[in-house]
Ligand binder design. Structure first.
Ligand SMILES: N=C(N)NCCC[C@H](NC(=O)CCC(=O)O)C(=O)O
Length: 445
């Protein structure tokens, strides 16, 4: 059966700010406490969605989450009226207030792991929202993510939205950022590759020393079990702990796959040859042949990859069989990376086009084009069964741009999070958004 890959991009929320909350993510740390521009951030994301939809790629949007997270603040002992809660949190722990205000759900590659119906035992599309338990500001995202996915993929004949895994370090789960589906084409049998950073129950397994490994093997295995994936078509690969220590906090910062192509850095995996061998063997079982595009360290260093986000790109299949690589403009500003990319498109290989976007607002928090999207491959029947209000059209684009222009600030500094007016503005904006998207119960406001 034919299927199309929808990209669900996160709509950047009105409280987008730089709080330095992600230890191990160098951009987040380097830009801590600088002023953000939520309006520009949302418009940059929408421009990407619009341009890709206009090119004929299936594009949809996932809504931002309710912020500040008063439930979190109150559960940590900040009491009184909403204004009291904000004032006390700002005074006693501005970092906790920043966590409650984070717009991090914009990076929907971390929203969930998705297995298309072709891969699962019961023939439904399966979703497991990621618990993101490595970071406080992300650890409660799954609550609203689950709610949004259940609203969009409500039809249980086609979709299964699971609970997140237990929120404990043994099951650290960061979703699709560490998951790639390889196949001859979407809609055909595929191999699902899970990339993990450490093994909880094997203390002898290699692990990073400086920065945390956010994804465990045990979490990946649990997701595969819940989704009913066939063992022969599931591959687990360990990320190279040394690159985690250089700022590669998710696999999608150092590798991206699409159809039968895996585009990756030489140092991405703990055992490169072993990983390729496993993939080739599993893919032979689904009549697909792996095309591995390996980028050598002497062409692009790990540091250049982390700063330019070369691999945090979207690799999109075009009609006619070639692929476009959707990159952040930082790739063109990096001499080694832009030289490499020129050679890549001239090589006659699968990638024959570069599409670049200015996503600077998101990039400054460590989120490139691939972080901003969740891939959901759907058959035509499944695509018509999902909620249609989130599908990106020219009309929705213009409505959302007007909504952003009306509600978003163009500057947020750390002290602005203490302003009780901001919380009211965000709530007003989200109430209107739920109406725009036709999802009345989306927020519990
Ligand atoms: N690679 C993928 N798929 N996603 C990128 C996520 C970036 C996110 N940054 C942040 O959460 C920074 C927030 C701050 O510091 O204010 C993170 O580290 O989890």
């Amino acid at each position: 059966m034919s299927a199309r890959e929808f990209n669900f991009d996160g709509l950047v929320g009105p409280s987008h700010n730089y709080a330095g909350l992600s230890f191990g993510n160098v951009a987040s740390f380097n830009n801590v406490k600088s002023a953000s521009n939520p309006k520009q951030a949302a418009l940059q994301g929408l421009a990407k969605m619009r341009a890709l939809a206009a090119r004929g790629f299936a594009q949809a949007v996932l809504p931002p989450q309710d912020r500040p997270n008063f439930r979190l603040l109150r559960s940590l002992g900040f009491t009184g009226s909403d204004a009291d809660v904000l004032a006390r949190a700002y005074k006693e722990s501005p970092v906790i207030l920043a966590c409650a205000y984070s717009a991090s759900p914009m990076w929907t590659a971390n929203a969930a792991t998705v297995s298309p119906s072709r891969d699962t035992a019961d023939g439904r599309v399966h979703f497991t929202p990621a618990n993101l338990n490595n970071k406080l500001h992300r650890a409660l995202e799954y609550v609203q993510t689950t709610r949004a996915l259940q609203a969009i993929f409500a039809d249980e004949r086609h979709f299964a939205v699971h609970d997140a895994l237990p929120s404990t370090p043994a099951f650290g789960d960061e979703g699709a950022a560490n998951h790639t589906r390889l196949c001859a084409q979407h809609g055909l049998d595929a191999v699902e590759m899970f990339v993990y950073g450490r093994v909880e129950f094997d203390p002898a397994a290699p692990a990073p020393k400086r920065y945390p490994a956010r994804q465990t093997l045990e979490a990946s295995q649990a997701v595969a079990r819940k989704h009913g994936l066939a063992e022969a078509r599931t591959v687990y690969v360990q990320q190279n702990p040394d690159v985690i220590d250089q700022g590669v906090f998710h696999n999608d910062v150092i590798a991206v796959g699409n159809a039968n192509v895996l585009f990756y850095h030489e140092q991405a995996f703990a055992d490169e040859q072993g990983a390729l061998f496993q993939l080739r063997q599993a893919m032979a079982g689904v009549d697909a042949e792996l095309t591995a595009i390996r980028v050598d360290t002497d062409m692009v260093s790990v540091q250049d990859a982390v700063h330019s986000y070369l691999f945090n790109s979207q690799l999109l299949s075009k009609d006619g069989g070639k692929m476009a690589l959707v990159i952040p403009q930082e790739c063109q500003e990096n001499a080694a990376v832009s030289r490499y990319l020129e050679g890549l498109v001239a090589s006659g290989g699968p990638v024959d086009e570069l599409v670049h976007f200015d996503l600077r607002q998101s990039m400054r928090n460590g989120g490139g084009p691939a972080c901003l999207r969740l891939r959901v491959a759907l058959t035509d029947a499944e695509a018509s069964a999902m909620h249609q209000g989130v599908v990106m059209t020219e009309a929705l684009y213009h409505t959302l741009v007007a909504w952003v222009e009306k509600h978003y600030r163009d500057k947020l500094e750390p002290q602005d999070l203490a302003d009780p007016a901001l919380a009211v503005e965000v709530h007003t904006a989200l109430e209107e958004l739920a109406r725009i998207l036709g999802m009345p119960g989306l927020y519990d406001l």
